[in-house]
Design a protein around this ligand. Structure first.
Ligand SMILES: *[C@@H]1O[C@H](CO)[C@@H](O)[C@H](O)[C@H]1NC(C)=O
Ligand SMILES: *[C@@H]1O[C@H](CO)[C@@H](O)[C@H](O)[C@H]1NC(C)=O
Ligand SMILES: *[C@@H]1O[C@H](CO)[C@@H](O)[C@H](O)[C@H]1NC(C)=O
Ligand SMILES: *[C@@H]1O[C@H](CO)[C@@H](O)[C@H](O)[C@H]1NC(C)=O
Ligand SMILES: *[C@@H]1O[C@H](CO)[C@@H](O)[C@H](O)[C@H]1NC(C)=O
Ligand SMILES: *[C@@H]1O[C@H](CO)[C@@H](O)[C@H](O)[C@H]1NC(C)=O
Ligand SMILES: *[C@@H]1O[C@H](CO)[C@@H](O)[C@H](O)[C@H]1NC(C)=O
Length: 391
């Protein structure tokens, strides 16, 4: 399909099950998340920092894009409540240093909310300070790579969407350290003949799944690659790479983003444009089209193009993103309210951990969580980028 045809499809509204919505999809999804009280009533999931952090980013980006919307005050209140809820266990930096790197996405959300003049609770501010203090306590492997969590010497792609943009936004970012985290993951998680990266690595090569040479885990997992790619885009923006001269870190992020994105375009499902739970095995039995990774890739391609990280002359990324977005709206979005505007988001896999067998069977048999914040918030971010495109 040509880009013009895709725009025509967007404009004609054939992208939604009923008529073209009066309300943009970003707003419909955010309203629906609010009706479900998600992020306030805890999902009880292991990924609660990540859920709250990515939701905070989605709300802040929605407010920034539609500052005049009459839901603004309600959005701001909701955001403050989400941040307060997620901040509850978070006052002790020593303890926080044993939590997943995801906590830095929450801290970024708190800091940005405060800078935007949104009133947050004292507990929320205290949590942000404690998370900040936990950065220098973060445990590293002997090469300096951050552990993702408590598993000894294991590093994951997942943490990069949280910690790298946070480090990049510090007053004096250590660009060498940011570069080091990216380089280590790239060298340990690379696979033959592709720029895609596997889920993570064990520096000690002791894990049952670890490759004896690289330490890498066996499979490319869509969502972890999505977090990594979104992390590259957010870090590039936070380092203000677009507006400065040559800097090695910026060049490195650009190379890495373009390589991964180009490989992803090739692995997109030819029929739907979406991506598979295990992206490198399209169509293999057990594998399926996964909605949170698809939304993260759409977001990363479009924002990457918008901020000049991905070169604009190539239409390939925009086409791939819009095509996948049309599919997401048609097939992942669920019309829960029979046209009243309340929607859900299906097809998001629950947590996949390397504290597992990490086999093909493991990744393809984890439960699918309906209306998971990880998918919904990623869909809001993807929708905001699509809504910014002008035909
Ligand atoms: C902070 O957390 C550490 C590690 O969990 C614990 O040993 C310490 O007692 C805690 N400090 C306070 C003041 O609660
Ligand atoms: C991490 O790897 C280093 C180097 O092999 C090793 O000395 C250390 O014990 C490992 N850490 C843990 C907690 O296993
Ligand atoms: C920056 O990070 C590098 C790599 O982790 C480290 O060797 C260096 O000491 C850090 N510099 C500062 C000023 O903290
Ligand atoms: C990588 O590509 C080479 C050359 O095309 C091929 O011989 C090799 O089997 C490929 N390896 C894998 C793991 O696909
Ligand atoms: C980025 O890629 C270009 C072209 O392949 C290469 O010349 C450059 O050294 C790379 N930069 C980094 C920092 O990897
Ligand atoms: C739309 O319908 C859903 C499901 O019946 C309901 O929960 C929700 O409150 C309705 N929303 C509005 C805005 O009426
Ligand atoms: C890792 O997996 C083991 C075995 O399933 C489980 O007992 C343990 O609690 C897990 N570790 C964490 C930190 O979740």
């Amino acid at each position: 399909m040509h880009l013009s045809t895709l725009y025509a499809a967007l404009a004609a509204g054939i992208i939604c099950t009923a008529a073209r919505p009066k309300t943009p999809h970003s707003r419909m999804m955010l309203n629906s998340v609010k009706i479900r009280q998600q992020g306030i009533i805890s999902s009880g999931g292991a990924s609660v920092f990540l859920e709250s952090g990515i939701l905070a980013q989605a709300i802040l980006d929605t407010i920034a894009q539609y500052p005049e919307n009459n839901a603004r005050a309600s959005d701001e209140q909701y955001l403050a409540a989400v941040l307060d809820e997620a901040s509850k266990p978070s006052r002790n930096a020593t303890f926080l240093a044993t939590r997943p790197l995801d906590r830095f996405l929450l801290a970024s959300g708190i800091d940005r909310a405060s800078r935007s003049g949104i009133r947050v609770s004292a507990a929320t501010t205290a949590a942000s300070e404690a998370i900040k203090a936990s950065l220098s306590l973060q445990i590293r492997n002997p090469d300096g790579g951050f552990w993702y969590y408590v598993y000894p010497n294991w590093s994951y792609l997942d943490g990069m969407v949280s910690v790298l943009p946070y480090m990049a936004a510090l007053p004096q970012p250590n660009e060498t350290d940011i570069d080091l985290q990216i380089s280590l993951l790239q060298s340990h998680c690379k696979i033959a003949n592709s720029s895609l990266l596997v889920h993570g690595y064990d520096w000690s090569r002791k894990a049952a799944w670890a490759n004896s040479v690289t330490g890498g885990s066996p499979y490319v997992w869509g969502r972890s690659l999505g977090w990594f790619l979104a992390g590259m885009v957010q870090t590039y923006e936070a380092l203000n790479c677009a507006n400065t001269g040559y800097r090695p870190i910026c060049s490195h992020i650009r190379n890495s983003t373009i390589q991964i994105s180009s490989a992803l375009v090739e692995y997109a499902d030819p029929t739907t444009g979406a991506w598979w739970q295990l992206p490198a095995f399209p169509g293999r039995p057990g594998n399926y089209l996964e909605s949170s990774s698809t939304a993260l890739f759409i977001f990363s391609f479009l924002k990457g193009l918008r901020i000049g990280l991905i070169p604009a002359p190539s239409k390939m990324f925009k086409e791939a993103a819009i095509r996948a977005y049309l599919y997401a709206v048609h097939s992942f979005v669920v019309d829960l309210g029979h046209g009243n505007g309340t929607i859900g988001y299906g097809g998001t896999v629950a947590v996949c951990s390397l504290n597992s067998t990490a086999t093909y069977e493991y990744y393809t048999t984890q439960p699918i969580a309906p209306n998971s914040l990880l998918g919904e918030a990623a869909f809001i971010l993807a929708s905001l980028e699509v809504e910014k495109l002008s035909p």
